[in-house]
Design a protein around this ligand. Structure first.
Ligand code: AHM
Ligand code: MG
Length: 336
């Protein structure tokens, strides 16, 4: 048997940080802590089918204890993996309304982390892949222990972003602005190993579009025209796209990242700002898409140039292969 050199995520992060002699290691530690939390969450997601027997029902168990839902559990795991390290000035989570301060008993630091702990969790009972999304910003406020301002930064200022997909295997994909790298969890040793170095969205990639077409009647004229074109029903497209929609953003995004294609969650007459959250979903995935050679747009402007005004603000999202996102923008221009 030959032995190949394997690269763990910790080694990858440390080697990347070595390029910056002024680095303190804090940033590396944050990514390692997120990877640790991901392993903890993966372990529980694997047991999700046993929820009714083992807990995570959101109800009170026979001992009178609160039994947490898996998304609340995931939130707590990430919070507790990061709260005490002294590297963060605070956090924001899709599960929590306001900025999350670091408990007074712990020191604070110069970064903040935003996360969607378990995206797509409505799918989990059916064994469909779910994911965690995260984003790291530098502290910018004068507030000694951080405040919401530190989290309310446009996506182009992110210094790292990533996601974990809990699928047929567990994968962590991240970028610090030097390409996109994917790691697969080897469960028997509990380590994320580099399996997808320097991911680029194939161009031209597979002709895939991902959208919830059940919203068709609420879509704008431009959005309808776009999807009619993709499907070839308007007579202008001799090579129709395939439709692939899991309804779990991380899984849909991950497939399109590896195969090519694009995902969209448009604005519609019922949700004029779309459904997805700018800070927990769109901005981190936008950084990854752009680092992999793709694009992310509201349909009109670059996602990562939006100046956020509230932690849970929503945005329409078109993300994936650059040429397909551009095509979407061309169709949507008729709505402007
Ligand atoms: P969630 O944050 O409540 O899990 O919602 C986000 C999810 C995404 O994973 C997915 O892309 C989208 O909602 C699906 O929405 P819909 O069911 O409207 O198609
Ligand atoms: Mg979500």
């Amino acid at each position: 048997m030959t032995t190949k050199s394997v690269i763990t995520i910790e080694r990858h992060i440390i080697e990347a940080e070595r390029q910056y002699p002024e680095a303190t290691g804090a940033f590396s530690n944050i990514l390692s802590d997120v990877a640790f939390a991901a392993k903890m969450i993966a372990k529980e997601v694997r047991r999700a089918g046993l929820a009714d027997i083992l807990g995570y029902t959101g109800e009170v168990n026979v001992q009178g204890e609160d039994v947490k839902k898996l998304d609340e559990y995931a939130h707590e795991v990430i919070f507790k993996a990061l709260d005490h390290t002294g590297h963060l000035c605070g956090m924001a989570s899709e599960e929590v309304e306001d900025f999350i301060p670091i408990p007074d008993r712990f020191p604070t630091g110069k970064y903040c982390v935003l996360f969607d702990p378990l995206d797509g969790s409505s799918n989990i009972e059916a064994n469909v892949s779910v994911g965690t999304i995260f984003s790291v910003h530098r502290k910018i406020s004068d507030h000694e222990r951080g405040c919401a301002e530190d989290c309310l930064q446009p996506g182009y200022k992110q210094i790292a972003a990533g996601y974990v997909v809990y699928g047929s295997s567990t994968m962590l994909v991240y970028t610090t602005g030097n390409g996109v790298h994917g790691f697969t969890l080897e469960p028997s040793i509990g380590e994320f190993l580099l399996s997808h170095p320097d991911i680029r969205i194939p161009s031209p990639g597979q002709r895939i579009f991902s959208a919830n077409e059940g919203n068709y009647r609420n879509w704008s004229a431009g959005q309808r025209a776009l999807v009619d074109h993709l499907k070839g029903v308007d007579g202008t497209n001799p090579k129709p796209f395939s439709a692939r929609y899991i309804g779990s953003l991380v899984a849909d995004f991950h497939r399109n990242l590896l195969y090519g294609g694009f995902f969209m969650y448009p604005a519609d007459s019922k949700s004029p700002n779309g459904k997805l959250r700018l800070l927990y979903e769109a901005a981190p995935l936008a950084m990854i898409a752009e680092q992999a050679g793709g694009r992310a747009s509201t349909g009109f402007t670059r996602i990562n140039e939006i100046e956020p005004t509230s932690l849970h603000q929503r945005t329409p999202l078109y993300i994936g292969s650059a040429e397909y996102v551009e095509l979407a923008e061309q169709f949507l221009a008729q709505d402007a």
